[in-house]
Design a protein. Structure first.
Length: 97
């Protein structure tokens, strides 16, 4: 059975960083990124397992196809978000102050 992908949880509201808190970074953001990457890895591992089981005749080809599609979609979303984050970073770096 292929596990259901959990819904994306909104980040908790946090006060604006100041002083020492700004130097420490935002652990909420880094945790969200880390969890998203872990989720993509988990979905890809699930797809690989389902494909191996289907190839060995122990699993359903339909389940393997669904898992592969979920893994592909998760990877595409991650790449799109990464590209958007890099673009936003470049936009900020190109600002004239």
């Amino acid at each position: 059975m292929i596990p259901v992908i959990p819904p994306i949880q909104p980040l908790p509201a946090s006060p604006a960083p100041s002083g020492a808190a700004a130097a420490g970074g935002a652990p909420g953001f880094s945790n969200a990124i880390s969890q998203a990457i872990d989720n993509v890895q988990t979905v890809q591992n699930t797809a690989s397992t389902a494909e191996a089981q289907a190839a060995a005749g122990q699993g359903s080809v339909a389940d393997a196809m669904i898992a592969a599609t979920q893994a592909s979609l998760a990877t595409q979303v991650t790449v799109a978000l990464t590209n958007r984050a890099v673009s936003a970073f470049n936009d900020v770096m190109n600002l004239q102050l």
